[in-house]
Design a protein around this ligand. Structure first.
Ligand code: ADP
Ligand code: IOM
Length: 359
């Protein structure tokens, strides 16, 4: 079946809306040229996803950074003329013929990542997360309610099998969680937020809160998000700047989960995720940090860009800094190993702290 004239009209309207919006600086706008629209507007994946599914979030949200999502794995190849240049731009020049290196989480190397802030002057906390997609399931817009519930029960069974005392914990489904507990978990930076307009417009929040939830250990230093943007987000976090300890725990956690579930990996793009910004390693290693002197300077963002770091606000993506605290992380996740992604954050933050001390 071909793409309906209705959908093609919406794709063309979306293109025109982006063109007419000088305030929009997304990668979608940059790479959705007229030629790309004409080349892709009548294409459909085997699961029925089309170009509108890819672009609709960035069209609805002109303040998107990226603005596109892959409804299923095939979308990354079928809609290559849009994805490839955008991926190259986001991930430090990862070319269309480049290949993600083999996984290297950093086993045996974590002791090289000593505490970045032993006196506790700058860093509030450190967090490293990675995403995983369960083999055999597409991404959000193509999932049915039954898929969500089935995936949740599969991963819950895996969580129940975690016996390592540092990792073991409990799964808390969002469905039935009190608003009070949910809000507190969000406020404390443990849980994903509710009603993300970027995900909503990408058709990623259907049947919410069904199939969504969070697993965590007692100390809330090892956490797993279920069915938010990605099928799984595996997270290690703790107070302070001991990156090595945080990574060590993440490695243990990822290996424990991987033993029990096959995840989708592509030869070229590495671990597959819903958003192209997360492909490859899927690793975002971040600190919540106070750098009052250098963050007040006009070139703070360009210094971070030069160190291949991304600045976010205190409540994550699309939020603002509060009380002078920034979330600073590696930006690229594809074209380097997991350990290199963490090291990029580590070296960059060490440099920023040195600049702050010297300022
Ligand atoms: P993701 O990191 O999974 O891409 P977000 O940017 O939305 O998603 O962040 C999710 C949550 O993790 C937010 O509440 C954010 O404040 C929190 N977070 C990120 N980095 C840190 C950190 N270093 N310390 C504490 N919380 C963090
Ligand atoms: N990954 C996704 N949440 N993000 C990059 C959204 C955006 O385009 O700003």
């Amino acid at each position: 079946m071909s793409v309906s004239p209705d959908v093609i009209a919406k794709i063309e309207e979306g293109y025109a809306k982006l063109q007419a919006a000088p305030e929009c600086h997304s990668l979608l706008k940059k790479y959705l040229t007229k030629e790309v629209v004409d080349q892709l507007k009548d294409k459909k994946t085997k699961l029925g996803a089309n170009l509108l599914d890819v672009i609709q979030s960035g069209v609805a949200n002109l303040d998107s950074g990226v603005g596109v999502y892959a409804p299923d794995a095939e979308a990354y190849t079928l809609f290559k003329p849009l994805f490839d240049p955008l991926i190259q731009d986001y991930h430090n020049g990862f070319a269309p013929d480049a290949k993600q290196p083999n996984t290297d989480l950093g086993e045996g190397k974590t002791s090289a990542l000593v505490d970045l802030d032993p006196e506790g002057k700058f860093i509030n906390s450190t967090r490293i997360r990675c995403g995983r997609s369960l083999q055999g399931y597409p991404f959000n817009p193509c999932l049915s309610e039954a898929n969500y519930l089935e995936m949740e029960s599969k991963v819950k069974a895996i969580f129940d099998n975690i016996t390592d005392p540092e990792l073991a914990g409990k799964y808390f489904p969002l469905d039935g969680m009190t608003k009070e507990i949910q809000d507190q978990l969000i406020k404390d930076h443990f849980l994903f937020k509710e009603g993300d307009r970027f995900l909503q417009a990408a058709n990623a929040c259907r049947y919410w809160p069904k199939g969504r939830g969070i697993f965590h250990n007692n100390q809330k230093t090892f956490l797993i998000w279920c069915n938010e943007e990605d099928h799984l987000r595996i997270i290690s976090m703790q107070e302070g700047g001991n990156v090595g300890q945080v990574l060590e725990r993440l490695i243990k956690g990822v290996k424990t989960i991987e033993k029990q579930a096959p995840f989708s990996r592509d030869d070229r793009l590495g671990w597959l995720t819903f958003c192209p910004s997360n492909l490859g390693t899927t690793v975002r290693a971040s600190v919540h940090i106070r750098l009052p002197k250098i963050s007040a300077k006009p070139d703070f963002k360009s210094i971070c860009d030069g160190l291949k770091l991304q600045i976010r606000g205190i409540h994550g993506e699309h939020s603002e800094s509060e009380g002078g605290v920034y979330d600073i992380s590696n930006k690229a996740r594809l074209g380097l190993t997991e350990f290199e992604a963490v090291k990029q954050m580590y070296d960059g933050i060490a440099h920023l702290i040195a600049l702050e001390k010297a300022a």
